[in-house]
Design a protein around this ligand. Structure first.
Ligand code: ARG
Length: 456
C-alpha cells in the first residue's frame, strides 16, 4: 500500500524495513479512539472555519461508518498499513476522496498517537478499577464468613499471634483499595489533551484546543506542545500502579499456595481453579495462583522496559516511542486477566477453619498475652517479657504448653500469677481482647468490614 508520506521519496520502503517499521499489528486496538479523536478534530476545524461545514459532514459521516463497520467486523484492518492512523485515513480517502485530505490539517500523527493512547488507557483503567472492585467485594464476602475463624498470624513465617482470618483477608482489601486509588490518581494526570500540539511546535491555524479537549472528555489541553508529544510518563505511572497491584495479587497468591499445601492445609481451592499432574495422581496444583505470581514478573518487566526506552530520548517525538504500546498493552491485558481469575478463585476457596484453629493453638502464640497479664498486674513489660521467655523455655524442655502448665509451676516463676491467668491466655481472649482500632478483635474487624464496604 502506498504510504501517505511518499512525496519526497524516490523509492518505496524496503520490504523488511516496512515490516519492521509497522505498528498496526499492535496499535489497531486503538481504532475507536483514533476515530473519535478524528471526528472531534474535524468538528473543531469546521467550528474554526478551517474546513467547511460540508467537508466536516462528509468526514464525520465517513468516519462513523468506518467505526461501525470495524466494530461489527464488516471491515477488516489491513495489516499491510503502517499503523492504525494511516489505515483509517487511507480507508476514509477510499470512501470520500479528496475531502479526506483536509482532516489532517493542524494535526500530526505525533499528537494523534499521544491522544489515542491516553484515551485508550483511560477506558482500560475504568475496567481495571471495576475488576478491582470485584476482587475487593470477594475478599469482603469471604471475610464476613470468617469473623470467628482463628488462625495463626505470622511474622518471619513463624507463628506470632492469633488473629481472625477475616482480619488477614481485609489487609489485602485495604491494599487493593489503594491500588484503585493510585490508578485514579494517575488517570487524573493523564487526562490532559495533547491534540493540537501537532508535530511538536503547534500550528499557524487558528485551532481551538480547549474545545477539542473538552469534546474528548479531557480536563484541559496540555500546557506545552513539546511536552504533549514527547512524554510517556502517564504510561510509566500506570505501569507502576499496575506493578504494585500485581505485587499485591502475587503476595496473596503466594499465601494461597502455601495454605493449600499439606503442610498448612488451611484452605482448599476449588477443582475448577486447580489442575492435576500428568504423572502424580494425587496432585492438585494451584496453577492459577502460581500463574498470577509468575505474570507479576512480566508486568514489572514492561515498566522497566519503557523506563529504559525513554531514558536517553531527546525531545520531541522519536520513533523509539512506538515501543511504548506493546508493553503497556500487555500489562493491561495481564492485569485484567489476573483480576478476572482471582476473584472467582477466591470466592470458591474452601476454608478449613479447624486446621487454622489447631495451628493457632500451637507454637506459644499466646506468649505476648502472658507477658501482658503480668504487666497488668504491675510488672514492667520488659521484665514480664523476659520472664515469659524463661517460662516458654521451661515448657519446651518439659514438652508442655502455656495452657497446661500448673498454677504451682507458674507460681514458682513469680508469685503474681493467679488462676485468672488461664482466661487471659486463652485463644478467645487473645483474639477478642485486641480491640484497638484496626486490630484483630471481632468488633474491630466488623468495623473494618463496614469501612471497606463504604469505600467500595
Ligand atoms: N506508529 C507511530 C507510533 O506509534 C505513530 C506516530 C508516528 N509518527 C511519526 N512521525 N513517525 O508512535
Amino acid at each position: 500500500m502506498e504510504k501517505l508520506w511518499t512525496g519526497r521519496f524516490q523509492k518505496p520502503l524496503n520490504e523488511i524495513a516496512d515490516e519492521f517499521n509497522a505498528s498496526i499489528g499492535f496499535d489497531s486496538r486503538m481504532f475507536a479512539q483514533d476515530i473519535t479523536g478524528s471526528i472531534a478534530h474535524a468538528e473543531m476545524l469546521a467550528k474554526q472555519g478551517i474546513i467547511s461545514e460540508s467537508d466536516k459532514a462528509q468526514i464525520t459521516a465517513g468516519l462513523s461508518d468506518i467505526l461501525e463497520e470495524l466494530q461489527s467486523g464488516a471491515l477488516a484492518i489491513d495489516e499491510a498499513c503502517e499503523d492504525i492512523h494511516m489505515f483509517i485515513e487511507g480507508e476514509l480517502t477510499k470512501r470520500i476522496g479528496e475531502v479526506c485530505k483536509k482532516l489532517h490539517t493542524a494535526r500530526s500523527r505525533n499528537d494523534q498517537v499521544a491522544l489515542d493512547l491516553r484515551m485508550y488507557l483511560r477506558g482500560e483503567c475504568g475496567e481495571i478499577q471495576a475488576l478491582l472492585k470485584e476482587v475487593i467485594a470477594a475478599i469482603v464476602t469471604l471475610a464476613e464468613k470468617n469473623t470467628d475463624t482463628v488462625m495463626p498470624g505470622y511474622t518471619h513465617l513463624q507463628r506470632a499471634q492469633p488473629i481472625l482470618f477475616a482480619h488477614h483477608l481485609l489487609a489485602y482489601a485495604c491494599m487493593f483499595l489503594r491500588d484503585s486509588d493510585r490508578i485514579a490518581d494517575a488517570v487524573k494526570r493523564m487526562n490532559i489533551s495533547p491534540i493540537g500540539s501537532c508535530a511538536l511546535a503547534g500550528t499557524t491555524y487558528p485551532t481551538d484546543r480547549d474545545y477539542e479537549a473538552a469534546k474528548l472528555g479531557f480536563d484541559e489541553p496540555c500546557i506545552n506542545s513539546i511536552d504533549g508529544v514527547s512524554d510517556r510518563d502517564f504510561c510509566l505511572e500506570l505501569m507502576s500502579a499496575f506493578s504494585i497491584t500485581m505485587m499485591h495479587l502475587s503476595r496473596f497468591c503466594e499465601e494461597i499456595i502455601l495454605w493449600s499445601s499439606w503442610e498448612f492445609s488451611f484452605v482448599e481451592l476449588d477443582d475448577a481453579f486447580t489442575t492435576g499432574s500428568s504423572i502424580m495422581p494425587q496432585k492438585k496444583n494451584s496453577d492459577m495462583a502460581e500463574l498470577i505470581r509468575g505474570k507479576t514478573g512480566r508486568v514489572y518487566g514492561n515498566l522497566f522496559g519503557l523506563f529504559t526506552t525513554l531514558k536517553g530520548l531527546p525531545l520531541a517525538y522519536n520513533k523509539d516511542m512506538q515501543e511504548d504500546k506493546e508493553g503497556i498493552f500487555d500489562s493491561v491485558d495481564t492485569l485484567k486477566i489476573c483480576l478476572r481469575v482471582f476473584a472467582p478463585m477466591l470466592e470458591s476457596m474452601k476454608v478449613k477453619k479447624d486446621n487454622m484453629l489447631a495451628a493457632a493453638k500451637g507454637g506459644f502464640i499466646n506468649a505476648t498475652d502472658l507477658a501482658d497479664y503480668l504487666t497488668k498486674k504491675g510488672m514492667a513489660f520488659r521484665t514480664a517479657y523476659k520472664l515469659t521467655g524463661q517460662i516458654v523455655a521451661y515448657c519446651i524442655e518439659k514438652g508442655k504448653d502455656l495452657e497446661s502448665l500448673t498454677l504451682e509451676e507458674y507460681k514458682s516463676f513469680d508469685a503474681m500469677f493467679e488462676a485468672d491467668l488461664y482466661k487471659d491466655i486463652s485463644l478467645e481472649t487473645c483474639v477478642n481482647k485486641r480491640i484497638s482500632k484496626g486490630g484483630t478483635g471481632k468488633q474491630s474487624v466488623l468495623e473494618q468490614i463496614e469501612r471497606i464496604k463504604k469505600e467500595l
